[in-house]
Design a protein around this ligand. Structure first.
Ligand code: SAM
Length: 206
């Protein structure tokens, strides 16, 4: 898996080390464990997927995390990308709208000993977590029609928000939005991607 990530252009040693450390086979359904280190998304139940390793690495690299970073993740899913973020950042707050997925993710993260700097919250991540803001990085693992205003408001100055934006049908652009001032945001387009929809008050209505 690491060789594929390097070949596809991931250069951050911190990100590659985190990807090497987190046991992805423990975050996929048991009958799919043999596919855990292939570079593909896999089903995890409730119509959702664990993200492709390359995309997790690309989003994590774009977030430019530091050991003291406070990170908000929207879309916990299996908890795998939460685990990767937790190996690099100071604290990761991750919101999931399906409580069954959130419970399973919390259990897996506890099993691998990563809960010390992770908080899993059930709710609508399009509204963020205002009581814990500002965040140095926000990573949204589901695609919305636009970047939620609530998330932009919760991004620290010079913070980075990584999120797929586009249609609900699986054709989106992965964007990195950098907050350069109180009302000043710069957008970089990273790659074409295909994510499940972000469903919520500031996402798709379903
Ligand atoms: N990165 C995750 C992993 O490694 O397993 C996979 C994330 S999966 C592609 C997207 C997740 O976003 C799904 O679990 C879905 O339920 C969740 N989601 C969609 N809309 C949401 C919202 N408004 N708030 C929180 N979670 C949401």
């Amino acid at each position: 898996m690491l060789a594929v990530l390097r070949r596809r252009g991931i250069v951050s040693g911190t990100v590659l080390d985190a990807m090497a450390e987190v046991p992805r086979d423990l975050f996929v359904p048991e009958h799919l464990a043999e596919l855990a280190y292939e570079d593909g998304a896999l089903p995890i139940g409730d119509g959702q997927t664990i993200s492709q390793p390359y995309i997790v690495a690309l989003m994590t690299e774009a977030a430019e995390l530091k050991p003291e970073s406070r990170v908000l993740e929207v879309g916990t899913g299996s908890g795998y990308s939460t685990g990767v973020l937790s190996r690099i950042a100071g604290h990761v707050f991750s919101i999931e709208r399906h409580d069954s997925l959130a419970i399973a993710a919390r259990r897996r993260l506890a099993d691998v000993g990563y809960l010390d700097n992770v908080s899993i919250v059930v709710g609508d991540g399009t509204l963020g977590l205002p009581e814990e803001a500002p965040f140095d990085a926000i990573i949204v693992a589901a695609a919305g029609p636009r970047v939620p205003e609530a998330l932009k408001a919760q991004l620290a100055l010079n913070g980075r928000l990584v999120m797929p934006v586009g249609s609900a049908a699986g054709f989106q652009q992965l964007n990195c939005i950098v907050r350069e001032g109180e009302t000043d945001f710069r957008t970089e387009v990273l790659a074409p991607v295909s994510f499940v929809p972000l469903i919520g008050a500031q996402g798709w209505q379903r």
